[in-house]
Design a protein around this ligand. Sequence first.
Ligand SMILES: [Zn+2]
Length: 82
Amino acid sequence: MHNCPLFVLPKSRTEFWLDKLTTNTQRDEKACEELTANGWGVLCVWECAIRGRLRLPEDTLMVLVTDWLEEGYANTDITGNY
Ligand SMILES: [Zn+2]
């Protein structure tokens, strides 16, 4: 649910999946807000960044994570290579 080219909404039980994915997204946003409110930074590493045809090379991923740690944990995400 991050506008990913790998995302495919299942063709069966579509409404169920949309509801579930929307609920998950809202839960994750709430958790992110709560963490941020308590002084945490949130780095979201999407599955496509670490698995599948769009995955990033390990060294690239490590650089991105290291930069995030060194630059003060501002909330952000890492996606696959697209
Ligand atoms: Zn993705």
